[in-house]
Design a protein around this ligand. Structure first.
Ligand SMILES: [Zn+2]
Length: 304
């Protein structure tokens, strides 16, 4: 009986969340192609390349969990009238396949991460680690893939898309150099962090930071840590002398707080993992998100 009641409550919650989520945001003008994008990162890349030459409709809101998303009927309508659909791929936004089919859309689906060899996945992410944009070199590959897709959908503006992509790529490369220098200012034996879910593998590998553990033991956000894992992680944090635990902006900070208490550490600023933040915050764009995350990590590593 209890099980039935809980199932009913869960079903109601899912419906409510589905009704609240998926408000699409639109930018650009009506003249060029209409491009539907899934994640906030792919949205930012696409807007940076498209400028006002295309209408970009982004499905995910800032600070939403991309791994666990229920599209709404408005999302289906947006996909139905799209000329082009751009997804992250590697299983992060696999829900687009069903949405595209059920909407009756004729739009081509372009996978922005096509051609990138992903890091190994786990049970929850069997296709590989989808958080590829955390490595700026991969972000540049995604930007070029998006520029090619826009140029094909709108050949009259092909040169403008390619020029915008080249300009934006230069900004990513410059930021990468700046962040590389920032991380290098931390002694190598202090370059280690603990984060919420396992979303920073590309970032830590690229900047040679050691991830000594994650609170949610998974590349996706679906897994739950057990008490034994949390105790072991608290011991590791103490042994390594890590002073700061980083919560994620899109997740409940309760577990990060509890780990910090158990390990005698403090809770650091929120990191942005699956999603950019709102436009008026510290991580409203991809470039700001990368600068915010790496700067926060560097401050935390310097503290202990
Ligand atoms: Zn994630």
């Amino acid at each position: 009986m209890l099980r039935i009641t809980l199932a009913a409550v869960a079903a109601t919650l899912t419906l409510t969340l589905a009704a609240c989520g998926g408000s699409t945001s639109t930018s650009g003008e009506a003249d060029g192609p209409t491009v539907v994008v899934t994640t906030t990162q792919v949205g930012d890349f696409t807007r940076s390349v498209a400028g006002d030459r295309a209408t970009v409709v982004q499905i995910l809101d800032p600070n939403t969990d991309a791994h666990d998303f229920e599209p709404s009927s408005d999302d289906a309508k947006a996909v139905a009238s799209a000329d082009l659909v751009i997804v992250n791929g590697i299983g992060l936004d696999g829900w687009m396949t069903d949405l595209h089919r059920s909407s009756g859309s004729n739009a081509t689906i372009v996978v922005a991460t096509e051609g990138i060899m992903p890091r190994a996945g786990d049970d929850g992410s069997p296709d590989g680690d989808p958080h590829v944009w955390m490595d700026p070199r991969h972000a540049r590959t995604m930007v070029n893939r998006i520029a090619d897709a826009l140029a094909e959908a709108d050949p009259d503006d092909a040169d403008a898309y390619r020029a915008a992509a080249a300009e934006y790529e230069g900004r990513i490369a410059a930021l990468d150099t700046e962040l590389e220098k920032l991380v290098s200012s931390v002694p190598a034996d202090r370059r280690r962090i603990v984060t919420d879910h396992d979303a920073f593998g590309y970032l830590t590998e690229h900047y040679r930071i050691r991830s000594i553990g994650t609170i949610i033991p998974s590349i996706s956000t679906g897994a739950e840590p057990n008490a034994k894992d949390m105790t072991a992680l608290a011991q590791t944090v103490r042994r390594e002398g890590v002073r700061v635990i980083f919560p994620e902006a899109a997740l409940d900070p309760a577990l990060a707080r509890s780990l910090a208490t158990d390990a005698g550490a403090t809770v650091g600023p929120e990191l942005y993992a699956d999603s950019l933040g709102p436009a008026d915050g510290p991580a409203g764009t991809y470039l700001d998100m990368m600068r915010h995350n790496v700067s926060a990590m560097v401050d935390g590593m310097r503290a202990g």
